[in-house]
Design a protein around this ligand. Structure first.
Ligand code: NI
Length: 158
């Protein structure tokens, strides 16, 4: 496994659309493992392919609970319900936080790291995290969705 470099605000790859993964093979599993390691090193709760410069529909999530880490290939939100106003940040935008609106509940279809089709029903923080990462695969960033006047710059120790 290896730590990858996280692409930051202003890197144009963050605005590109990611491609579907055709086969979940060892190369894909290695990228997913690297993504988990990179996310953990930065204490993040999620990371998407473009954030490490790979335009593939790959997402990892870890809420540091019994479910994690979760590895998703080609995740697709097939249903969403309600709204939640949440505080959000992104590893590509260090020190920036804002309030945004996310769906309260989502249903996601994806492949797992074995290539099996899975369905996840998520609410609360998990729904927020998955929605955030799926946006990355479309080149959409949380800063596009900020509730006006709520952006804060917070100094954190590196
Ligand atoms: Ni992000």
């Amino acid at each position: 496994m290896a730590i990858r470099i996280i692409r930051k605000d202003g890197d144009e790859i963050l605005r590109k659309k990611s491609r579907e993964v055709e086969t979940v093979d060892n190369k894909i599993r290695e990228i997913l493992d690297d993504m988990v390691e990179t996310m953990h090193q930065s204490n993040g709760v999620g990371l998407a392919g473009p954030q490490i410069g790979i335009l593939k529909r790959l997402v990892v999530i870890d809420l540091y609970d019994d479910n994690g880490p979760i590895k998703l290939v080609n995740p697709k939100i097939i249903k969403q319900e309600g709204e939640q106003e949440v505080e959000e940040g992104c590893l590509s935008f260090p020190n920036q936080f804002a309030k945004i609106i996310r769906p309260a509940k989502i249903t996601v279809e994806a492949l797992n790291e074995k290539g099996d089709k899975i369905t996840i029903e998520a609410e609360g923080l998990l729904a927020q995290a998955i929605a955030h990462e799926v946006d990355h695969l479309e080149g959409i960033l949380f800063v596009d969705k900020i509730i006006p006047g709520t952006l804060e710059f917070v100094e954190t120790e590196e």
